[in-house]
Structure formats: structure tokens, C-alpha cells
Design a protein around this ligand. Structure first.
Ligand SMILES: [Zn+2]
Length: 136
């Protein structure tokens, strides 16, 4: 079965399931496909719009957005790596030292557990968390 987005001569859009492409052509030629809004039988295929993939619940747009998100996160990661000092697992300690003025303030990045990040936030220390994507 195949789902087509259809359009009548009055520019109403609707959807119809067909056995295959030829099935649509045959039914269309026989005037068996009528617009549910106006009953027009001059029905053609409309440009396929991005639609929900019923299996994953993700629209094609969402997949595109996910790709775009990966790209942006990749860019962000690059910028952070260029401009910030990597402090690895001692991120929470370093962030605390910077916050309390024990060391010179500088942009840092590193890893922190969820507990550590929550503690920092409780102390009013501003930390940002981003998903750190592995290189492909
Ligand atoms: Zn119509």
C-alpha cells in the first residue's frame, strides 16, 4: 500500500491509500477518486509534504532537524575546544575555584557527573551542559 497526498481541481488537499502507483492511475482514470470536500473527481497527486513516519513518530523534518542539531553541536564543540581549557574530570573543582576566586577566571570545559553538576548549580555556579557527540 502506498499513501499519496492528493489534490483536486479546487486545490483541496487530502490523502488516499492505493495498492500501488498503477492502482492510483486506474482509479483516477475511472473517476473513482473524489475529493472529500467538494466531490471533484479531477484528482491528481500533490507534491508530497513531509509527513510523520508512523513507525518512529519522527517526521522527515525532525530527522533533518536532528542532523542540523548534530552539526551545530559539532561546531559548538570545536569552538569550545579552541577557546576553553580542558580540565577533564576535575571540572567541578576547577569551576568552584574560579567561582570563589581561588584561581584566575578562564573558560574551562571538562566532564562532570550529574551529581556534580547539580551541586554546582545549587552553589549558584553557572555551568552549561551540552551533549558531547563522539566523532563519527
Ligand atoms: Zn475539492
Amino acid at each position: 500500500m502506498i499513501l499519496f497526498e492528493l489534490r483536486c481541481a479546487n486545490d483541496h488537499h487530502f490523502e488516499g491509500w492505493f495498492r500501488d502507483n498503477a492502482g492510483f492511475d486506474a482509479q483516477s482514470a475511472a473517476g473513482e477518486i473524489a475529493c472529500p470536500l467538494c466531490g471533484d473527481t479531477q484528482v491528481g497527486k500533490a507534491i508530497m509534504a513531509p509527513r510523520l513516519n508512523k513507525a518512529t513518530g519522527q517526521s522527515l523534518d525532525a530527522q533533518g532537524a536532528a542532523q542540523e542539531m548534530r552539526r551545530l553541536l559539532g561546531d559548538l564543540r570545536q569552538k569550545i575546544e579552541q577557546h576553553c581549557e580542558y580540565v577533564g574530570g576535575s571540572f567541578a573543582d576547577e569551576a568552584r575555584k574560579i567561582h570563589y576566586g581561588d584561581v584566575e577566571a578562564r573558560p574551562i570545559y571538562g566532564e562532570a557527573s550529574n551529581e556534580q553538576a547539580a551541586e554546582l548549580e545549587e552553589e549558584g555556579i553557572a555551568v552549561g551542559r551540552i551533549p558531547w557527540l563522539r566523532e563519527n
